[in-house]
Ligand binder design. Structure first.
Ligand code: 1CP
Length: 352
């Protein structure tokens, strides 16, 4: 961690305004890059995640190509469940699918009887991959990640991807005891996955609660926030980023009482408004609209400049997208955004 302590990303997470505004992209690994598609031929997604040399190489590709200020570890939110022994596959073009959805109190009891320590025991390939990555990255930080309990439960309870996550939201109210047992167990599983990445050299972590925006603020506070807090607590001094989509109404809650050093903001809320809600003790991350990645460059250029300008209202800003890179994105556009963000800092420095 010392190696990366003065990097723009880690400084911004601590609340400094480094000379260069850090920029990275959610889902920068394994999406739009032709060199990724080439490497993945003949290997299933979870197989790639558990092959240390392959996962390390895919993690490093976007750093080499775009000059981003951080790597995000190539893996998936369901990998720790697989390490715990849960039967899950990632279907191309669809996403995670579970052989046995967790719907009843008995299902929850059976699942949560698995000792979360199994994740740490089975995480050898994760630690090996992280080790290879950090040795190559030098002073560029690696961000480790995990899925938040609610977003993981949205897949587990449904059995696969869903739009409104009705079954998970129903369980909270129909059987709150089972819900809390499930979410509490998922928090331990995600914490074990984060700890493995940190132990092997990750310099920061991000908790993805991608689907938290489907919850009412009352449900978020009662049924979800305490478990997300547990997933991110007890990781030592490693800085933490907390991200969700459509979280405008629960943005202040996403701070998790100050545990999150940075909160991710999607494209729906201007960053100066987000900064006013989050206050002076939280860094903002975001919020280029992924839809504009396919717009003519002058349109995207103006949008990125506006995002950076509004981000100045926060104590510090990490430039990112409001959600992941769409798979059909032209990678050259991402490189151009990195160059633009870095050049804006120099032009502001010259003026002052
Ligand atoms: O930069 C990176 O791509 C890093 C690796 C990464 C991350 C951070 C992957 C690889 N997945 C994730 C996290 C993840 N996985 C999230 C949170 C981030 C987000 O909101 O985008 C979520 C919700 C998932 C679940 C998931 N896994 C989906 C979404 C399904 C849905 O509900 O629409 C999908 C399609 C996957 C598979 C997956 N994960 C990653 C890749 C490269 C792929 C596609 C693999 C393939 O089809 O071969």
């Amino acid at each position: 961690m010392l190696r990366t302590a003065d990097s723009p990303l880690i400084r911004a997470l601590r609340g400094d305004r480094p000379d260069r505004t850090p920029v990275w992209f959610m889902r920068q690994a394994g999406r739009s890059l032709p060199e990724y598609r080439e490497l993945r031929v003949g290997t299933r997604m979870l197989g790639a995640c558990l092959d240390p040399a392959l996962a390390a190489e895919i993690t490093l590709q976007p750093v080499r190509r775009h000059g981003v200020d951080a790597a995000i570890f190539f893996s998936d939110i369901v990998v720790p469940l697989r390490l715990a022994g849960v039967e899950v596959e990632i279907q191309p073009g669809r996403g995670p699918v579970f052989a046995d959805p967790i719907r009843t109190a008995d299902d929850v009891a059976r699942l949560t009887a698995i000792d979360p320590a199994r994740v740490a025991e089975a995480a050898g390939p994760i630690r090996d991959a992280v080790g290879i990555v950090v040795a190559e990255l030098g002073d560029t930080p690696l961000i480790g990640f995990a899925g938040a309990p609610f977003t993981l439960a949205a897949y587990l309870v449904e059995g696969g991807p869903s739009k409104e996550h009705l079954r998970a939201r129903a369980m909270m109210h129909a059987d709150p005891d089972s819900w809390h047992r499930l979410a509490g167990w998922l928090a331990q599983v995600s914490a074990a996955f984060l700890s493995a990445q940190i132990a092997a050299g990750a310099s920061a972590v991000q908790l993805f609660d991608s689907w938290a925006g489907s919850l009412s603020p009352g449900d978020y506070r009662a049924f979800v926030a305490p478990h997300s807090h547990a997933a991110l607590d007890g990781l030592g001094g490693v800085p933490r980023i907390h991200f969700g989509v459509g979280t405008g109404p629960i943005l202040a809650d996403m701070k998790l009482g100050g545990l999150a050093d940075a909160v991710g903001v999607d494209w729906r809320m201007p960053l100066d408004e987000a900064a006013a809600v989050l206050g002076a003790d939280t860094t903002v991350q975001g919020n280029i609209d992924p839809a504009l990645l396919s717009a003519p460059w002058p349109v995207l250029d103006a949008h990125v400049r506006e995002v950076v300008a509004r981000g100045r209202a926060a104590r510090a800003h990490i430039v990112n997208l409001g959600h992941g890179v769409p798979p059909e994105t032209d990678p050259g556009v991402l490189t151009r955004i990195v160059e633009l963000v870095h050049s804006l800092d120099r032009s502001v420095a010259r003026q002052s």
